[in-house]
Ligand binder design. Structure first.
Ligand code: ADP
Ligand code: ZN
Length: 212
């Protein structure tokens, strides 16, 4: 059995970063290695993530592994009961209770590997991610390649008709990967609050009353 980490008990590994940073690839790689070590592995993802295929996690480069789509984080516990390693992809789409479930599973001896976007297209922390990253035993923050300058990208740029998406748009647009680009901080463009306006070097609008 591969035990690169704690010598007994479970733990939480978090893999985060922007779109195209290789989170799904890294999750698949770790689960494949656990399988080679003879461990029973399972991967869960939110049912709303319909990227390419409901029954698999598929990376942008086409690697895939079988996955179960679940709606509620409560469904993770019964699923994990039969497995040594539980992978969770797109964990940012689950409600905050997913963190409690991950902690309980790790306490119970399960190796939990959770991959998700640390920030949304507004460059704001995404859903349960801040707490997950705080509570995880191990955290890897991956970088993509900035499509503008080729540097390391940490942000997900959302584009609508080639322009930065408005600041007050919908957060979730799963599967529409053609509307997103990986960008570095210098190349990232924040959209204005009004639809369709935004641009490089534009001053950002003041945040609204809800902080957005
Ligand atoms: P994530 O789950 O973080 O969105 P994936 O694991 O699905 O990422 O995909 C990573 C793969 O996407 C890379 O190995 C590479 O083949 C491809 N890719 C496409 N665009 C980029 C980019 N701008 N930067 C890095 N990788 C990219
Ligand atoms: Zn750049």
């Amino acid at each position: 059995m591969i035990r690169n980490h704690p010598s007994c008990g479970g733990w939480i590994e978090a893999i985060c970063g922007p779109m195209f940073s290789g989170k799904s690839e890294e999750l698949i790689r770790r689960l494949r290695r656990a399988e080679i070590a003879g461990q029973a592995v399972m991967i869960a993802k939110p049912i709303s993530d319909d990227r390419y295929d409901l029954s698999h996690v598929v990376s942008h480069s086409g690697h895939r592994i079988r996955a179960a789509g679940i709606e509620d984080p409560g469904a993770l516990a019964p699923l994990a009961a039969e497995y040594d390693v539980l992978g969770i992809d797109e964990v940012q789409f689950f409600p905050g209770s997913v963190v409690e479930v991950c902690v309980a599973l790790a306490d119970r001896g399960v190796r939990v590997i959770a991959a998700g976007l640390d920030m949304d297209y507004r460059a704001e922390p995404f859903g349960p991610m801040p707490e997950l990253l705080a509570r995880a035993d191990m955290v890897d923050k991956l970088q993509a390649v900035c499509v503008r300058c080729g540097g390391p990208a940490t942000l997900s740029q959302r584009l609508i008709d080639g322009r930065p998406a408005p600041w007050d748009g919908e957060t979730v647009m799963v599967g529409a990967h053609d509307a997103y680009e990986a960008r570095c901080r210098g190349c990232y463009e924040r959209g204005d609050a009004a639809a369709g306006v935004g641009g490089r070097g534009h001053p950002s609008p003041a945040p609204g009353p809800d902080g957005r």
